[in-house]
Write a new protein. Structure first.
Length: 64
């Protein structure tokens, strides 16, 4: 697959995903799952950020 076809496929996939966002959001909201999913995602992102910060501090400490 050449780069033009790859870019085209990524754009089509993104458009398809955007078209599915509203129905998925409605289903999750109807069953009161959306809030929990957002909080869980936030905790995962916060954990990754904390780990990156601690790794950076450890690398800095070893370099000093």
């Amino acid at each position: 697959m050449n780069s033009d076809a790859t870019i085209r496929q990524v754009l089509v996939d993104g458009l398809y995903l955007l078209a599915l966002i509203n129905p998925i959001s409605r289903i999750l909201s109807k069953h009161n799952i959306l809030g929990a999913l957002i909080r869980t995602t936030g905790i995962i992102v916060m954990t990754i950020g904390t780990q990156m910060a601690l790794d950076g501090l450890a690398a800095w400490k070893n370099a000093v």
